[in-house]
Design a protein around this ligand. Structure first.
Ligand code: FE
Ligand code: FE
Length: 156
């Protein structure tokens, strides 16, 4: 699609996020199965449930704006998840594997934090206050998830 206005840009960002979140719902179960740390596994499983809610929340946002969330692939997230897969498949020893998984998860969360922060700022500029509220709910959850991964990494 052509991006001419800030509203077009927000639409594009929301489609990108929707694709990213859907890719993450597919990647998290594999990450949970791969880790041997019970703590990390439960963090991945909990975040899978949150991510499913985030997908629904984006559908709500797009519904409010009268747009479809579908139709775009987030190639940035595809790349980050591809790097995560590399870590899982390159035969790292257990502690390197755990550290690598946490690093991959952090990359994903920080990418989402940046993207939700940007979309929320653009929605605010456009005066879409209920959309801002919904996006900020997810933004906060992503920040808390990133902090949780930091704590798990520090406890090792
Ligand atoms: Fe998310
Ligand atoms: Fe996330």
């Amino acid at each position: 699609m052509k991006i001419k206005t800030l509203e077009d840009l927000l639409t594009d960002e929301l489609k990108d996020l929707y694709s990213a979140e859907n890719q993450i719902t597919k990647a998290l179960p594999k990450m949970a199965r791969t880790t041997r740390s019970r703590e990390l596994r439960s963090a991945f499983e909990e975040h899978l449930r949150q991510t499913e809610n985030q997908v629904t929340r984006l559908e709500k946002v797009c519904d409010e704006l009268g747009i479809s969330p579908k139709g775009k692939k987030c190639v940035g997230m595809e790349g980050l998840l591809e790097e995560g897969k590399e870590i899982m498949s390159n035969g790292a020893d257990p502690s390197a594997l755990e550290a690598g998984l946490i690093g991959a998860a952090h990359n994903v969360e920080h990418s989402e934090i940046a993207a939700y922060g940007t979309a929320s700022a653009h929605a605010r500029q456009l005066g879409f206050n209920s959309v801002v509220q919904l996006l900020d709910q997810t933004l906060e959850a992503e920040k808390m998830t990133a902090e949780k991964f930091t704590k798990i990494a520090e406890n090792k």
